[in-house]
Design a protein around this ligand. Structure first.
Ligand code: SAH
Ligand code: SF4
Ligand code: F3S
Length: 467
């Protein structure tokens, strides 16, 4: 799961009863993107419609991420900006409900209310099904509302079945949430709670609706998505391989992805699914974090560097065109130059098509944050630069090798230039072609002819897959 640059909420709503503006700001991983969409769904029956400017919004939700760096500071500075919006609207006689959601809300809810008393609602990731009630309570001006419990009920059981389907033929679907792995550096087990899988029937139902609305590609989400173990309609426990097979064969999902996976949960059945299911895209995000056994142990990752290498060999044997992406942390407490060199060696040995890499950032309450031997900032900087240069080389080489290839592209929207449309290759590379808007949401065959810095240029071959 990767933190991404702030996204404006991409949801738009059908006309409700009495239109009220809703502006959602989403930071963090894909799961937050999914959550933002679902919060919009929950509020739609109350008449809320997505608007893209906060000053037109009767309700603003800031959906936050706590994974790295000065997460809380970033939230407070954004809240300062939103406070001005709220005050300006109040002067014009308009009320604004301001809510903070997501992982910072979960971890630091009380502090948010203390430091930003103009915030009306604080809600953790497990309570957004209770939003309508919270909005009602906030509107009664009974003071700020905070909901950061981990309720016994699963929020998914209380969400409206209808969901606004994003344009462009691709959608996220959360199938598993929370994490019990407690890696030394990570806040997720504290912000998202214990690992829980959604029942198979609920996942299939949501996928069917998406497909019926023209979705071609579904990315199954979970903090440890390959540890999925949902209760099946047959009473058996289904793993991810069985779920993916059902989605491909019976629900008719053309392209399936899943993220984020843990190397420890990459079982034989799932590896075999990569061999047997053409719908499973040949691109796998499999975070390794480090190439040093000492650091992997300190991180509590539960596998060695060699076990990761072996796993990659088995995956590539199952699906020879499989490409990998990963996450790396440099400067975990105790990391020496030698440990770091082992990470560089692992990168050279495996070869990644793409990767995210971060300087270790101490998170309050996690074991690594008060471990001895914290690595100095300048050392982390230097290591990150070298690591990113190597990863960049590999990524450029992978993209360059795509030129001359024929690939199937799912077109997700218009390009930057008029007459241009953009989409993604099986390897999530951005591809731009000259083509009609009617192809948006469709899969079409493209000859890749040009390499740009972060994307590819192509030409349509004229063959489009039937919807
Ligand atoms: N569940 C996923 C990762 C979720 S967090 C997994 O186990 O791989 C996404 C990425 O953020 C992690 O893979 C890690 O590389 C990075 N990350 C998490 N906590 C971090 C921290 N304290 N400092 C730096 N990077 C961190
Ligand atoms: Fe965090 Fe580790 Fe769980 Fe991933 S597996 S979410 S890194 S604790
Ligand atoms: Fe961030 Fe929470 Fe996702 S901390 S990465 S939004 S699980």
């Amino acid at each position: 799961m990767n933190e991404m640059t702030p996204l404006p909420c991409a949801t738009s709503a059908r006309s409700g009863k009495q239109a009220r503006g809703l502006h959602v700001i989403t930071w963090g991983c894909q799961m937050n993107v999914y959550d933002s969409e679902r919060m919009t769904d929950v509020l739609r029956p109350l008449g809320y419609e997505a608007v893209d400017a906060p000053d037109r919004a009767d309700m603003i939700i800031l959906n936050t991420c706590h994974i790295r760096d000065r997460a809380a500071e970033k939230v407070f500075s954004e809240l300062g900006r939103l406070r001005l919006v709220k005050e300006a609207r109040a002067q014009a006689g308009q009320q604004t409900v301001l809510a903070v959601a997501g992982c910072v809300a979960q971890a630091e809810g009380r502090e948010i209310l203390a430091r930003a008393p103009y915030v009306d609602i604080v809600l953790g990731p497990q309570t957004y099904h209770r939003l309508p009630e919270m909005v009602a309570r906030a509107a009664r001006a009974a003071g700020a509302v905070i909901e950061t419990d981990f309720p016994v009920e699963q929020k998914f059981d209380f969400l409206p079945p209808e969901r606004e389907v994003p344009e462009g033929g691709a959608a996220f679907l959360t199938i598993q949430e929370g994490c019990d792995k407690f890696c030394s550096f990570c806040v997720v087990p504290y912000t998202r709670g214990a690992e829980a899988s959604r029942p198979v029937a609920a996942v299939l139902e949501e996928a069917r609706r998406l497909v019926a609305h023209g979705v071609r590609e579904i990315t199954l989400l979970g903090q440890n998505v390959n540890a999925y173990h949902g209760e099946g309609p047959d009473g058996a426990t289904w793993d991810l391989a069985r779920l993916a097979t059902e989605l491909a064969d019976r629900v008719g999902v053309e392209r399936i992805r899943y993220t984020t996976s843990h190397p420890r949960d990459m079982g034989d059945g799932l590896i075999a699914a990569h061999r047997d299911l053409p719908a499973l895209m040949p691109f796998l995000h499999l975070p390794v974090q480090s190439g040093s056994d000492r650091i992997l142990a300190a991180m509590n990752r539960g596998h060695t560097a060699q076990e990761y290498r072996d796993l990659v060999v088995r995956l590539r044997a199952a699906r020879p065109d499989l490409a990998l992406s990963s996450d790396f942390i440099v400067g975990h407490p105790g990391e020496t130059d030698e440990d770091f060199e082992q990470t560089m060696q692992l990168i050279r040995d495996v070869g990644f098509a793409q990767a995210y890499s971060f300087k270790y950032s101490p998170r309050p309450g996690t074991p690594a944050s008060n471990a001895g031997a914290q690595v100095p900032e300048d050392v982390k900087d230097a290591r990150l630069q070298r690591l990113q240069a190597l990863l960049r080389e590999q990524q450029d080489a992978f993209n360059a090798a795509s030129v001359g290839q024929r690939v199937r592209v799912l077109f997700t929207g218009r390009g930057r230039k008029p007459g241009q449309i953009s989409g993604k290759s099986p390897y999530l590379q951005a591809v731009h072609v000259e083509g009609p808007d009617s192809l948006i949401g469709q899969v079409a065959e493209v000859d890749i002819v040009k390499l740009y810095t972060n994307s590819l240029g192509g030409v349509l071959t004229g063959e489009t897959e039937r919807a």
